[in-house]
Design a binder for this molecule. Structure first.
Ligand code: SF4
Length: 63
């Protein structure tokens, strides 16, 4: 079962690139944050043991 991310409202990426109602945020939340196992930001933390850059998107793209 998909595990929803609990930090959507405080995620550093969305603080920079997604206002609460923006289409960008809505699409990422639907496609990735509602199943956080898909998030490259979380994957980055697990592999590198440090925070990803704030401008790294949930798909791993640097904005
Ligand atoms: S981008 Fe990743 S870390 Fe940020 S809210 Fe979505 S699932 Fe969570």
């Amino acid at each position: 079962m998909a595990d929803k991310c609990e930090i959507v409202d405080s995620c550093p990426f969305f603080e920079i690139f997604g206002t609460a109602k923006s289409r960008l945020k809505k699409e990422y939340v639907e496609k990735i944050c509602n199943d956080k196992s898909k998030c490259k930001r979380i994957g980055y933390v697990n592999v590198n043991e440090k925070k990803p850059p704030d401008n790294m998107s949930p798909t791993g793209r640097l904005f």
